[in-house]
Design a protein around this ligand. Structure first.
Ligand SMILES: C[S@@+](CC[C@H](N)C(=O)[O-])C[C@H]1O[C@@H](n2cnc3c(N)ncnc32)[C@H](O)[C@@H]1O
Length: 164
């Protein structure tokens, strides 16, 4: 993985990066600098489109990935996420009321179909999927009651159709 260096914070009015551990441990995180109400749009999802998917990119359509190139790249995965990466509106949206200092996490398989760098999940949520490698590998129960981006829903439907 490349070193995670952000030139200057783009969204200091809403988030800050909390650096933890060495740069090879990937334990840093993104936290809210103020409170947000459930359903509130926290910040727009912006980035440059890149044909290549990486650990730092977000999938926004079946064949489109963007590099965030901002502190949003420090957002960790959780199986009980505090935000959704809503690709319909291209906004990060709070899934529950958040207060200053709360970690912003999203459910990576909600946008990623097949991740370039899978990992074992540390979130410890009751419904933890354990291995995070993209929606293609998550059993249906792990996706139940989750926000899923339209392209993930489309890919799941296409796969189901193939197996019929
Ligand atoms: C986009 S980065 C997120 C920020 C990262 N924590 C850092 O310090 O740079 C994604 C990487 O963070 C780590 N990560 C994120 N969420 C995780 C989780 N729930 N369990 C284990 N590792 C996680 C993995 O190494 C993953 O490839």
């Amino acid at each position: 993985m490349a070193t995670r260096h952000i030139d200057s914070p783009k969204y200091p009015h809403v988030v800050r990066v909390e650096r933890n551990g060495s740069h090879t441990e990937f334990k840093s995180k993104l936290v809210a600098v103020r409170s947000f109400a459930k359903g509130e749009q926290i910040v727009a999802i912006e980035g440059h489109e890149d044909a290549v998917k990486r650990w730092s990119s977000v999938q926004i359509d079946t064949d489109r990935h963007i590099e965030l190139n901002s502190e949003l790249v420090f957002m960790n995965h959780s199986c009980n996420p505090s935000v959704n990466m809503e690709t319909e509106t291209m906004h990060v949206v709070a899934t529950r009321d958040l207060k200053e200092g709360d970690e912003l996490t999203f459910f990576y398989p909600s946008t990623e179909w097949d991740m370039s760098q899978p990992f074992a999940c540390w979130c410890g949520a009751e419904n933890c999927i354990k291995q995070v490698s993209g929606a293609k590998d998550v059993p249906a129960a792990g996706l139940a009651n989750k926000y899923l981006a339209p392209h993930i829903r489309a890919l799941l439907a296409a796969r189901e159709k193939e197996t019929l």
